[in-house]
Design a binder for this molecule. Structure first.
Ligand code: NAP
Length: 248
């Protein structure tokens, strides 16, 4: 029996990187998948085809996850189309790095809206369905930067710290209804988000990682698989670091 057989999962931002890795591992493990993206139509089609090859139901939804009304419609459409929601992976995120001295208000707002407000939007809009079911696993993508902070990423670090505070609060609010809410804090994972970084900077970071390598989307996806599955039925309100041993 596959770990997610018969389950329905929502994954935000699954056209590439960690979200795509999560979608593939979930589909391989039998979950039907509703995934979102905001701009990459071609990639979304390709992901849809790949996931369907695992013999599961798949649908891609294009909208800006920081838009509350659009998220409300998305959740209603998923409930209609798939009938239930077992797992939610709030993964979509962006960076707009810069020292505070030079950070624009727009760069602050974009990061907070796409990384943090989106988590509120999806969780809040799905809440009625989850409460009715008396079941659900919510998995929020934070970052070690949300625990440690990082110079040049005050907007990103604040959004990811916010995700942790939100996760722990929701775990306390709805744990009694058999709905779990946990966060994953990835370390340095090579994806398009990190592709523009200076290779020398990357080399320095990797030297500081106890496992002496960067992580892969699959490393993070396997942790999400555990949290979405019944193997983690008593894990609630936790932040699981997937970072090769970086001290936080
Ligand atoms: P990525 O490769 O840049 O992919 C981001 C995904 O989010 C894409 O599918 C993108 O869709 C989607 N997205 C962006 N803005 C959106 C919006 N407004 N509405 C809906 N979808 C949107 O990112 P990643 O590196 O896989 O990171 C995934 C998550 O892990 C993020 O929350 C990130 O902060 C977190 N994380 C990453 C690392 C790392 O080292 N990579 C470390 C710690 C935490 P389109 O393709 O349509 O643009």
């Amino acid at each position: 029996m596959k770990l997610l057989e018969g389950k329905v999962a929502i994954i935000t931002g699954a056209t590439r990187g960690i979200g795509r890795g999560v979608a593939e591992i979930f589909a391989k493990n039998g979950a039907d998948i509703a995934f979102t993206y905001v701009s990459s139509d071609e990639k979304a089609k390709e992901v849809e085809e790949t996931l369907k090859s695992f013999d599961v139901k798949v649908k891609a939804y294009k909208f800006n996850v920081s838009d509350y009304e659009a998220t409300e419609k998305f959740i209603a459409d998923v409930a209609d189309e798939f009938g239930k929601i077992d797992a939610i992976v709030n993964n979509a995120g962006i960076t707009r790095d810069g020292l505070l001295m030079r950070m624009s208000e727009e760069n602050w707002d974009d990061v907070m809206n796409i990384n943090l407000k989106s988590v509120f939007n999806v969780t809040k809009c799905a809440l009625k369905t989850l409460l009715k079911q008396r079941f659900g696993s919510i998995i929020n993508m934070s970052s070690v930067v949300g625990i440690e902070g990082n110079g040049g990423q005050s907007n990103y670090a604040a959004s990811k710290a916010g995700v942790i505070g939100f996760t722990k609060s929701i775990a306390q609010e709805i744990g009694s209804r058999n709905i779990r809410c946990n966060a994953i804090a990835p370390g340095f994972i090579e994806t398009e988000m990190t592709a523009d970084l200076d290779p020398e900077v990357i080399k320095g970071w990797v030297e500081d990682i106890p496992m002496k390598r960067s992580g892969t989307p699959e490393d993070v996806a396997n942790t999400a698989l555990f949290l979405a599955s019944d193997l983690s039925n008593y894990v609630n309100g936790q932040v699981i670091n997937v970072c090769g041993g970086i001290q936080t």
